[in-house]
Design a protein. Structure first.
Lengths: 156, 108
């Protein structure tokens, strides 16, 4: 009987993860795409691009970060995937969402400082939350994006 | 506190000449999540996605680390920090260390 209840509980968690997790992900992707369109006018340059840096512009450090967590269904699907190997799609989309969100937050901070260009962007990913062996607790990952924003002083 | 510290993660501050180098400055914090936040994040974990409690927590600790780094640079007499880098590592299941470091310089 106990086993049966435990199994039912697991199914419930999987169901919640599958339905709500999927819905949240679709919503999040819509939001990300809209904000990416809105901030597309600010180019991000990965290198320092030293030659074109003008001494009149204002330079500042900007960053954005996000912690994303997996749900029960994604973790379960990844567990099954690990038997056969191959791309773990459920985690790929999670990290993709997190990274784009972190970059967008950095961009929005730069926009609020009046920047029109972002240079030397760095991305950093670290896994927090879950225990060493991945036991107990679902995996969660922090993604941090940082860069130098360049604000042109208005040329009247 | 009279002058604001200028930070960049490129090697120079364009248009300003570096007249003195003070070497590496760093700031770090180790923070653990508190119980209430942990509970909320645990509930949020059911559906996945962003864990806002943790995002805020890490942002606060990053600000603290930056503040400590700036204080160290100010004590040395610097007015800017170039080449700033960040790094995060989880120390135990409930705690994370955030480190930032850079080169303290005096610019003119």
């Amino acid at each position: 009987m106990d086993n049966f209840i435990g199994f039912g509980f697991l199914l419930l968690l999987l169901f919640i993860g599958l339905t709500f997790g999927k819905r949240n992900e679709a919503r999040h992707y819509r939001r990300i795409r809209r904000r990416e369109r809105e901030s597309a006018h600010i180019p991000i340059i990965i290198s320092e691009w030293k030659d074109s840096l003008s001494p009149e512009d204002r330079y500042d450090l900007v960053h954005g970060s996000v912690v994303v967590g997996s749900d029960y269904f994604k973790t379960f699907a990844a567990g099954i995937r690990q038997i056969f190997g191959g791309n773990v799609t459920s985690f790929e989309t999670l990290l993709d969402r997190g990274r784009r969100e972190a970059i967008l937050r950095m961009k929005e901070q730069a926009m609020s400082k009046g920047a029109d260009k972002i240079i030397n962007m760095r991305l950093e990913t670290s896994s927090i939350g879950s225990n060493q062996q991945g036991k107990g607790g679902l995996p969660s990952v922090e993604i941090h994006a940082y860069a130098t924003s360049v604000a042109s002083v208005t040329r009247a | 506190m009279s002058e604001t510290m200028q930070l960049t993660n490129i090697e120079i501050i364009p248009g300003r000449e570096i007249i003195e180098h003070y070497g590496v400055v760093l700031g770090s914090t180790v923070r653990s999540k508190h119980f209430g936040r942990d509970m909320m994040a645990g509930l949020k974990n059911l559906v996945g996605g962003e864990l806002q409690g943790y995002t805020e927590l890490l942002q606060e600790s990053r600000d603290e680390a930056l503040k400590r780094m700036k204080e160290q640079a100010r004590d040395m007499g610097a007015n800017a920090i170039v080449n700033v880098r960040f790094s995060t590592s989880s120390i135990s299941a409930g705690a994370a260390e955030i480190l930032c470091y850079g080169t303290a310089v005096l610019v003119k």
